[in-house]
Design a protein around this ligand. Structure first.
Ligand SMILES: [Zn+2]
Ligand SMILES: [Zn+2]
Length: 137
């Protein structure tokens, strides 16, 4: 469901953020970039208007993971918090970094073509082999 005034941050606490608006959507991403950048089989992202996101503490390090994609993470502990394309007006927030991690639930899967065979979730959510209709991540 839509949420407002959510907060979250990295593992060590150096980076904190606040979300002041409603999420646009949320889903799992099984792409290789998410896998390699997190070291985990899947990442869960919630999309917000960039204007609804702000850091309240700390300054992230930024890694350009693709031609148009920037990943923002804590320079101290490495937690990844944000994916954004400078050409777009949205940001994707790592849902597991929310203080209230159950505040938003995934609604779909994308890039299942690169899903790791030993990992799966028990759900009936829509699954897209590629970026899907929204091209969210
Ligand atoms: Zn940190
Ligand atoms: Zn991804």
């Amino acid at each position: 469901m839509a949420s407002t005034n959510l907060e979250g941050g990295c593992l060590c606490g150096a980076l904190r953020y606040r979300l002041n608006g409603k999420r646009i959507d949320a889903g799992y991403c099984h792409c290789r970039l998410c896998q390699r950048s997190s070291g985990a089989p899947v990442m869960a992202w919630a999309t917000f208007a960039a204007a609804d996101f702000s850091y309240t503490q700390g300054t992230p390090a930024v890694y350009r993971s693709s031609a148009n994609g920037l990943r923002e993470f804590c320079p101290v502990c490495g937690t990844q918090l944000i994916f954004r394309r400078p050409s777009e007006t949205t940001v994707d927030v790592t849902m597991a970094s929310l203080d209230e991690a159950t505040a938003i639930a995934p609604e779909y899967h994308i890039w299942t073509a690169s899903r790791i065979a030993w990992f799966d979730t028990l759900d009936d959510l829509p699954r897209h082999a590629d970026a899907g209709p929204d091209e969210s991540v």
